[in-house]
Design a protein around this ligand. Sequence first.
Ligand code: C5P
Length: 307
Amino acid sequence: MPDQTTSHGGTASPVRLALDAPAKINLFLHVTGRRPDGYHLLESLVAFTEYGDTLVAEASDTLDFDIEGPFAAGLRAERQDNLVIRAARVLRAASGHRRGVHFHLDKRLPVASGIGGGSSDAAAALRLLAELWGEDPATEDFQEFALTLGADVPVCLAARPAMMTGIGDVVTPVAPLADCGVVLVNGGSAVPTPAVFKSRTGAFSPTMGWDGAESFDALVDLLEPRRNDLTNAAIGVSPVIADVLRALSNSDGCSLARLSGSGGTCFGLYPDRNVAVRAAELLSRQHPDWWVVATGFLSATPELRSA
Ligand code: C5P
């Protein structure tokens, strides 16, 4: 196969680009209604963490995909149906060319766990493909492709704090959030999103809006009355979530603990990173079978780099 060069030209080495696919957390998630097609209307403040997956893309004649990392095993069997490879198929069909790509995913985020791992991987795949295949990611069509891959994919393209409304497709950037410590905890079982939405009961929440918070304390004060409306439904599907939320809430220095997305990953917010690291160490010791990570909010959209 002849060497391929970047879209900027100039080098003779094969093109290999890497992009981080950060975890997404829903700082609050209100279910405000339901569309006739069954999709739920949401109002959610979303932030991204420094911790996440990494996707590498290499120009190739075929579409191919391999996975490594602590959560690779659960994805390998269905890798031809993974959102990353679907992103490539959708974009290739829309552009009408036959170019290929070899993806390599380092899967560090638990699968089907409410922190947008699959959506963030898909968004990273779209951004990598745009560079390799010379597409413009700023077009409306491109945002539409993102939405066809999943309701959370559009917000993951920018990977910066945003309000999500509609079914998740209306993304409005918000001011950066105060730096703080974040602990992510997953009790172990995969939680299928459709099952959680299906078992949600009760009235819809009113829209509350978001004016921004200038400090960590202000952020916590504003989040306190806001909820994740999927929490009870998610606990019904995966009861360990209640234990995780309790353990996070009781951990030293935790200012707020909530479920992210449809679960099962929960997060705790801490006034600084050292407090979060200590809390995570203790939670790991107390619950060696749980996945526990201390991290912080991502401060800027991840950039493509040579790999
Ligand atoms: O589009 P995505 O793959 O994120 O959604 C998975 C499932 O979650 C949908 O098929 C639907 O059952 C449910 N969902 C929903 N309302 C949303 C997002 C997802 O009901 N806004």
